[in-house]
Design a protein around this ligand. Structure first.
Ligand SMILES: Cc1cc2nc3c(=O)[nH]c(=O)nc-3n(C[C@H](O)[C@H](O)[C@H](O)COP(=O)(O)O)c2cc1C
Length: 192
């Protein structure tokens, strides 16, 4: 069975609209993939501190980060669920990437530039946005960041599933947007 890594950065946990969209899609995918899941709000993930940075120079890397980096490098698919925060995604997701973007695991170099060592040919990013901001707008800096990191790591094309204007919609409208995003994702999951 091929492997899927799920990175859940939905800080509001069970209240999260993003997770309401992501969970049924993950469930559908779990029929075809062995799922390894990182629920970031339940992990004590910090940015790279001076001592962590110094340790990294000595090859002293937290075991969880090394293992997660290897799992990401070997994954056949990667799914990221993260709400739209401050025109991007929650800081805990950047901290996770900072800890797991590791030389000679997710990328290396050839003496003149960096080369990705990951192999997942497809990445799926699921999000909800408070404002009415479409994917690809210059106001939306999550998708471009994930695309750039995908370049560094040698990941394949990114698909973004987004529901928007969530903070200015009625409960009924929100339910409809969530249902449409779930339908889009579960349809995609059949062949993704
Ligand atoms: C800390 C925080 C920052 C946010 N920043 C933005 C923002 O910059 N732009 C925006 O459109 N919505 C923003 N929102 C609204 C969320 O994107 C929106 O409510 C989304 O549906 C939340 O997803 P969730 O239910 O999965 O947590 C923010 C919400 C929070 C809690």
């Amino acid at each position: 069975m091929k492997s899927l890594v799920v990175i859940n950065a939905c800080v509001r946990q069970s209240d999260s609209r993003t997770l309401r969209i992501a969970e049924p899609i993950i469930k559908t995918l779990s029929r075809r993939y062995h799922v390894t899941r990182y629920d970031l709000p339940e992990m004590d993930i910090v940015p790279l501190t001076p001592s962590l940075y110094a340790g990294r120079g000595q090859g002293d890397i937290p075991a969880w980060a090394k293992e997660a980096a290897s799992t990401l490098a070997q994954a056949d698919r990667i799914l990221i669920a993260a709400p739209f925060w401050d025109m991007s995604f929650p800081a805990v997701l950047k901290c996770f990437f900072e800890q797991t973007s590791l030389f000679d695991i997710t990328f290396t170099d050839n003496g003149s530039t960096c080369i990705g060592l990951c192999k997942a040919p497809k990445v799926l990013y699921i999000t909800t946005r408070g404002m009415d901001i479409p994917t690809g707008s210059e106001w939306e800096q999550a998708t471009p960041y994930i695309q750039a990191l995908s370049r560094l790591w040698n990941l394949g094309p990114l698909t973004t599933i987004a529901a928007r204007n969530m903070d200015y919609s009625t409960e009924d409208e929100i339910a409809g947007k969530v249902a449409r995003a779930v339908a889009e994702g579960t349809e995609l999951a059949k062949t993704w």
